[in-house]
Design a protein around this ligand. Sequence first.
Ligand code: SF4
Length: 331
Amino acid sequence: MPTVRPPLVDRFGRRHNYLRISVTDRCNFRCAYCMPHEDMEWTARSEILSYEEIERLARLFAEMGVDKVRLTGGEPTTRKELVDLAAKLRRIEGVGPLLLTTNGDAMGSMAGPLREAGITGVNLSLDTLDPGRFFDITHRNRLDRVLVGIEASLAAGFDSVKINVVVMAGVNDDELCDFIDRFWDCPVEVRYIEFMPFLSNGWQEGKLLPYAEIRKRIEAKHRLTPIATDKSAVAKEFAVEGARVRVGFITSMTDDFCGGCNRIRLTADGRLKVCLFAKTGPSLRDAMRAGATDDDLAETIRHALDGKWAGHPPMNQLIQTNDRPMISIGG
Ligand code: SF4
């Protein structure tokens, strides 16, 4: 019988049932909006959580009511035996949706095994359909592999397949409707993400295309109908008239959704992050390696969550509040 602990509820009554676990800070792409443009220092392997440590923490979070888990990175598929980790987490009682965020590069061969191991949904990053622009953004010639990865993910039978598009003004904002056209007959959700500031990612307000403008441009060509979502949903979702594809908008800069936040993060080196934009919190890794009991760890997690703010500060202050590049958080 699993241990049952009180749920993770913060000072604002938000119940945290969604854990995002970064399994590595390494990646085989070099996306300009995610990774520092120079001097990226990878975390030493010995400082990265082992799969046993990740499993222990995921089990503990499940005892505290976490029922949704996402694996992120860096690029999670660059870490060996990721399929084994997925299988371990799949066996944890109480965990429902077990999700993955990936750049898609390896999904051509890994979609099937990950689905079999228990991954239920996958988000694939794709910011352009133009091979030259793909190289400019990721510094890799891998667009074809990512498109194959999306096809393989659709064929693998995941409950959900979503395509994450970081919209950057003057970079890919002329392709907004191209994604809808490209995936018109596919059971996917194309999610347009407002460009967010992280350490050393070259963010400027001028590069942010606000949700209202993104939606206006799409609605100039397509009729969108809102789809009801639960209050902790990250994306505003819409059906596209006549199409199988759906669209979503992630609007954390111009219309945040912090009021329904249910997310807590674990970085690859075992630090707690109660908000995407907050300073990185206590090290559960060090506590575990120093012999902390599950009760000790649970106390540390609750204490950190007690300090969570009601919502992130205005976008121009986020660089000051955040202490990590996106690559070391995992989104
Ligand atoms: S910005 Fe922070 S508080 Fe707001 S929704 Fe994201 S993680 Fe939650």
